[in-house]
Design a protein around this ligand. Structure first.
Ligand code: F0G
Length: 357
């Protein structure tokens, strides 16, 4: 399984040693992982920080989100067991990823989406990859409850992050960050929705540290949207609301994993308003040319809060996960941009006039 060739063959091939796979596991991969870690000095300057910030640009995975790391594991293991149908509930990215990997594995895929509440690009992906797409008149938490019940019939394989192999795949992002930086960061920031990813990162950082491949353990700082912040508020939210539809979740499946990661790492789970999210979303696009979906701006907004509060020691090395690509959610992008294209006659003079020449 672990060919370790010079060519990148995805996260299972690269990190097989740390994953529950064997020679009997069929490799279902789209060459996910190996995403860029981009230093963003302009953003740091714009927010008045005195530290290094590196963004793990997970929007550059094959289906444009971090979910592909977990899905290569979940679908490979499902195929190994001889499963025929995979199923998930999703705010859009898990479903896009499940649909793509199931297609590649020649398996059937069923996705349950909160009706009217997922970004257009993600809906397009589920439909294009050919998943049986079910729009549930309810929110993500209700869709996940139905998926759990269907999983108990034994007729379908659940590929949400309640399936522990999803977490195993996703922890490889923490490995890559240490490999790319040549050390572990002092802080790692990321958005929190169903809380699988923060759980996975903490597991990954701990395992790499134990293997002697990372010199320290980072403090994990996770951020929820203020209208969907059950962990911060200390109770499930029945009707979660936020512009960041990816993390519009009221009762996270990995709640405990998130609180453990925060406590054990001396970290923090905080919340940011939609206004703070939109501000950070526009800022990172305009200072450093990195276009992410709104959920990714939650940890950036959280970092701005930390700068204001003075909680980051000068000289710190910080990493943050940009979980999904900005093109997933064109509607919010066009709304947030704050201006429309100039429509002009097809003449040089008309163009000169609007650009002020
Ligand atoms: N960012 C994006 C872009 C996401 O799609 C998600 C979760 C998260 C952050 C939060 O990660 O759930 O591990 O805490 N999306 C799931 C989905 C819920 O269905 O695509 P988490």
């Amino acid at each position: 399984m672990n060919s370790q060739s010079a060519r990148w063959n995805g996260v299972i091939d690269r990190y097989a040693k740390y994953l529950p796979v064997s020679d009997a596991t069929p490799l279902v991969s789209l060459s996910e992982g190996n995403t860029p870690l981009v230093r963003v000095d302009n953003f740091v300057e714009a927010i008045g920080g005195k530290f290094e910030l590196w963004l793990k640009y997970e929007g550059l995975n094959p289906t444009c989100s971090f979910k592909d790391r977990g899905m290569t594991m979940a679908v490979s293991k499902a195929k190994e067991r001889g499963a025929q149908v995979v199923i998930c509930a999703s705010t859009g990215n898990t479903s896009a990823s499940a649909a793509a990997y199931a297609a590649r594995a020649k398996m059937k895929c069923v996705v349950l989406l909160p009706h009217g509440n997922i970004a257009q690009g993600k809906l397009a992906q589920a439909l294009m990859y050919g998943a049986i797409t079910v729009s549930v008149q309810g929110n993500f938490d209700e869709a996940l409850r139905i998926v759990r019940e269907l999983g108990e019939t034994g007729k379908v394989d659940v590929v949400n992050s309640i399936n522990p192999v999803r977490i195993e795949g996703q922890k490889t992002a923490a490995f890559e960050i240490c490999d790319q930086l040549g050390r572990a960061p002092d802080f790692h920031f990321l958005p929190v929705g169903n809380a699988g990813n923060i759980t996975a990162y903490w597991k990954g950082f701990k395992e790499y540290h134990a293997a002697g491949l990372a010199d320290r353990l980072p403090r994990l700082f996770g951020f929820q949207a203020a209208g969907a912040a059950p962990i911060v508020d200390g109770h499930p939210i029945e009707k979660p609301q936020t512009v960041a539809s990816a993390i519009r979740i009221g009762n996270p499946a990995s709640w405990q994993g998130a609180t453990n990661a925060s406590k054990e790492s001396n970290g923090h789970i905080g919340k940011v308003t939609d206004e703070e999210i939109i501000h950070a979303y526009k800022t990172i696009a305009r200072t450093d040319g990195i276009f992410v979906e709104p959920a990714c701006a939650a940890p950036l907004a959280g970092l701005i809060q930390c700068v204001k509060a003075g909680t980051i020691p000068p000289g710190s090395v910080i990493t943050a996960t940009m979980t999904g690509h900005g093109l997933k959610d064109p509607d919010n992008a066009i709304k947030a941009a704050g201006f429309e294209p100039f429509v002009v006659e097809a003449t040089k003079a008309a163009v000169m006039k609007v650009i002020g020449l």
